[in-house]
Design a protein around this ligand. Structure first.
Ligand code: 4AD
Length: 458
């Protein structure tokens, strides 16, 4: 269909003004006076609408009647003109209704609650709110790829169906083709007769494959969906989330922290540069002060604190926490929020966590108690990055697996990386959907992607 995008029309106004143009889109608002009708049309290419001016005498009455309904899709032709009030508008010379939109179209009002919009995921893309979310989401994804491409990383595709549980937290979704009824007596027999001849699941992290790739390619990253059967019904958890996982050879914990900070600042700056209208929208309607917050984040150093010192800070805070603060216990959301929101008021890397609460693959520190792990906590949200230096000494890695009761079966190839020319290496995982929350101020992770998958909801 020959037509011009509304974004192109607005961005290159001087080129088009005075010309006859064809535009397509959906009616966002419509009002009329005696002789003239006004329609705001949006085609999804940008947040702004184009105003159509319709001389009622010149357009077929039936077509115009249909065109006045919010949600109707139109193809129009008209003269592109500068308007003293609206910047630019189109004086319509021909109007074709592509698809009518009956009165039960749910998006009649200008503003709806996000809770209501969550009940119509197939239609919410037609609101300014979600148009902005998806524009930022798209830009952020492109910025991620640009960052790694510019810095010499290879983009690696790790498998989604896998036999190994990277995090060892027992949160894997199973993949099976067996029907409900089975005649198998034991689990082993059941899995042996399944599609892959063994137990299979959806990946909880691409890290193990990422480490293998980095052992030849040097610097890699993965960016794909990750699945966790976590029963965490919170505004920050999805059962299917998008995960960015760089893995860097010849890098120790300090190196990967530096990379993570540089990366976060770069992708925020890119969104600020390329989505100004959307950030303006979020700044006005979703999180007041959002743009200032982002500006401060990209212009200042992130804080850094050891887990042990964090425990001291929390103990001395004078706060009454729901979960007790003691060395050896995981940091709960309330603790993370205190550290990032109140104590530092900016992003903070917590480092050197107790080995017992972290995964088997993390580099064991000389103190015998902690591992070279880091989480990045941000104000208003908590953890967005989890990463570490990896244990590259075979004996120590095997000991950590044994301590957790993990079999070596299924990890043979991973262990080979420690056998054949092992090197210090580090990596991290950034939850892409959480990053969207942070950049937009959106409060619920369910509002950062098209179809959120959460416990009890598909
Ligand atoms: O801290 P996590 O579990 O770390 C890993 O998976 C490592 N293997 C990463 C690595 O070193 N390559 O998860 C990393 C990040 C978290 O900080 C969080 O942002 C996000 O992934 N995340 C989730 N996001 C949405 N819903 C969930 N259920 C999430 N679980 C983790």
């Amino acid at each position: 269909m020959k037509h011009v995008d509304i974004k192109k029309l607005l961005d290159n106004a001087t080129e088009y003004v005075g010309k006859n143009v064809t535009v397509c889109g959906w009616v966002r608002t419509a009002r009329d006076s005696k002789a003239v009708a006004f329609i705001e049309l949006n085609d999804g290419t940008c947040l702004k609408n184009i105003q159509l001016i319709i001389d009622k005498d010149k357009i077929d009455a039936e077509a115009l009647k249909n065109a006045m309904a919010v949600g109707t899709s139109l193809k129009i032709e008209g003269d592109y003109i500068a308007s003293p009030k609206n910047g630019y508008e189109v004086q319509v010379t021909d109007l074709v209704v592509l698809g009518t939109c009956p009165a039960d179209f749910p998006l009649q009002k200008k503003r709806h609650t996000v809770e209501f919009l969550r009940t119509i995921p197939h239609l919410r893309v037609r609101t300014r709110y979600f148009e902005s979310v998806f524009a930022v989401r798209s830009e952020l994804a492109q910025a991620v790829h640009r960052y790694f491409a510019q810095n010499g990383y290879k983009y690696v595709h790790a498998p989604i169906i896998t036999g190994s549980d990277c995090e060892g937290a027992g949160e894997m979704f199973r993949v099976t083709t067996h029907d409900f009824e089975t005649e198998f007596k034991t689990a082993d027999e059941y899995y042996a007769n399944d599609f892959f001849g063994k137990k299979a699941g959806l990946t909880v992290s691409a890290q193990l494959e990422g480490e293998i790739a980095a052992m030849g390619l040097g610097k890699i990253y993965t960016f794909g969906p990750t699945f966790r059967a976590e029963h965490s019904n919170t505004p920050r958890h999805l059962a299917e989330f998008w995960h960015i996982e760089p893995e860097v050879s010849f890098a120790e914990i300090d190196d990967i922290i530096e990379i993570a900070e540089d990366f976060i600042k770069y992708i925020i700056k890119e969104v600020m540069a390329n989505c100004p209208d959307e950030l303006e929208f979020f700044n006005q309607w979703v999180e007041k002060g959002l743009i200032d917050k982002l500006q401060t984040v990209v212009s200042n150093d992130f804080a850094r604190l050891s887990y042990t010192d964090a425990i001291e800070v929390l103990k001395k805070s004078g706060k009454e926490f729901k979960y007790p603060v003691e060395w050896g216990a995981g940091l709960q959301t309330e603790h993370e929020k205190y550290l990032a929101d109140e104590y530092f008021g900016k992003p903070v890397f917590i480092v050197d966590y107790p080995a017992d609460i972290k995964s088997f693959y993390m580099k064991q520190n000389a103190d015998g108690k902690t591992v070279a792990a880091t989480d990045l906590l941000v104000p208003g949200l908590g953890e967005i990055i989890g990463g570490s230096e990896r244990e590259w000494d075979m004996e120590k890695l095997l000991a950590a697996m044994a301590k957790r009761g993990m079999p070596t079966e299924g990890y043979e190839e991973y262990l080979d990386t420690r056998k054949f020319g092992s090197v210090p290496h580090s990596g991290f995982g950034l939850g892409f959907d959480r990053m969207i929350m942070y950049i937009t101020g959106v409060q619920n992770i369910r509002d950062t992607l098209m179809y959120p998958r959460t416990v009890g909801s598909l």
